[in-house]
Design a protein around this ligand. Structure first.
Ligand SMILES: [Zn+2]
Ligand SMILES: [Zn+2]
Length: 379
């Protein structure tokens, strides 16, 4: 028996190291004044600044309302109390709950694990405290839906996990780690899609690091159009693992190309103001590229600037003059840096595994377990 104790202790330490939790500000841009909290699975305990108030079984519902700086909690019409802080903590084996707003009406989402409600100066903020991998699964569904091949969900899970852990300080002043919008990563609560839940669990703990064992900036975009972009061509920072690669995997997709017509006068006046006068008009009214370029030849006008100004789908396009317009014929969708999602989905469909796909788009990175990251951080 004595021999067993250290073993159990060691197991417990390992287990707690892996159970990472994260705090997500949910309904971040919406002001929820009142809502119903209902237990959908497991068991919950209500904790406040006055300690534990009560336990809630799987059928229980609480009505929660913001009143003058306090969170008012009622059950079946009876007031339980008014608090500054309310924590609804899952105490069963597998816990999830639903939030249904009554003011404003119509918002309804389900979440895994725990809910904190913080009374702020003029509103209450809902914070979903949950297991990192439950969060990752929710993000994967919100970001890419249910259609991609199963292997693709695994690499998207690793990217979302890497992003989350690299950005845990982003909303510290708001009282949580990340918000639930595209500002951080889209998250609409719990996913019930098995392929995604399994992908998050099968890659549990996996993150991408660079050669200094730092979490990478795991940039991705919809489609590169045949060639991805160096990071410094879009942002000022050059990162060795965000290099331009030739990608034929995305070329056959129906959204691989685009066209846009622009008024000739508008195009001409914008370009003449920014290009050196030595460049003849025919060069920017009729132009074609094979490889991606950062700048218009012999100038400081970047294609990224043109993409922003004319709201183009990408920086990778040819220019053709017509009667009163210029016709832009482009390839790809998005900034073009890092992983090309359409290409990665095609690779997954062709049988490449998540590691091969990540290494194809991110040059010279390593996929490691979080526990190793902690180990090197302490070093
Ligand atoms: Zn955010
Ligand atoms: Zn691509």
């Amino acid at each position: 028996m004595r021999k067993l104790v250290p073993f159990i202790f060691a197991f417990f330490i390992c287990f707690t190291l892996h159970a990472e939790f994260i705090n997500i500000g949910v309904f971040a841009s919406k002001q929820i004044n009142s809502f119903d909290f209902s237990v959908r699975a497991g068991k919950y305990a209500l904790f406040t600044e006055s300690g534990k108030i009560k336990e809630l079984d799987s059928k229980a519902t609480l009505s929660i309302k913001y009143v003058d700086g306090f969170v008012e909690v009622k059950q079946n019409g009876t007031l339980i109390g008014k608090y500054r802080k309310v924590n609804l903590m899952g105490v069963g084996w597998y816990n999830h709950f639903m939030v249904k707003s009554s003011n404003p009406t119509g918002l309804e989402r389900r979440f895994d694990d725990n809910l904190k409600i913080i009374a702020q100066r003029n509103k209450m903020q809902l914070v979903n405290n949950l297991d990192l991998d439950n969060y990752v699964a929710g993000v994967v569904e919100a970001e890419v839906g249910r259609k991609p091949p199963k292997e693709y969900f695994k690499l998207q899970a690793i990217i979302c996990r890497t992003y989350a852990l690299a950005n845990t300080e982003k909303h510290i002043v708001d009282g949580y780690n990340l918000c639930d919008e595209v500002h951080c990563q889209a998250y609409h609560g719990k996913t019930f899609f098995n392929n995604i839940v399994e992908a998050a669990m099968q890659t549990r703990g996996a993150v991408i690091v660079d050669s200094d064992i730092q979490l990478i900036t795991a940039a991705f975009h919809s489609s590169c159009g045949g060639q991805t972009v160096n990071s410094e061509d879009v942002w000022s920072k050059s990162l060795y693992y965000l290099r331009s690669v030739k990608d034929t995997f995305c070329l056959k997709h129906k959204d691989a190309t685009w066209q846009k017509e622009i008024d000739k006068k508008q195009w001409k006046s914008y370009l003449t103001a920014r290009l050196p006068s030595t460049i003849p008009e025919r060069q920017y009214m009729n132009f074609s590229v094979s490889d991606r370029l950062k700048y218009f030849p012999e100038s400081k006008l970047s294609f990224e600037e043109l993409r922003g100004k004319f709201r183009l789908r990408s920086t990778y396009f040819n220019i053709q003059e017509t009667d009163s317009k210029v016709l832009l014929k482009g390839r790809g969708f998005g900034h073009g840096v890092g992983l090309c999602q359409i290409g990665a989905m095609e690779m997954a469909a062709l049988g490449y595994n998540y590691s091969e796909i990540l290494h194809f788009y991110y040059s010279g990175v390593h996929i490691i377990d979080l526990s190793a990251l902690d180990f090197f951080k302490d070093d």
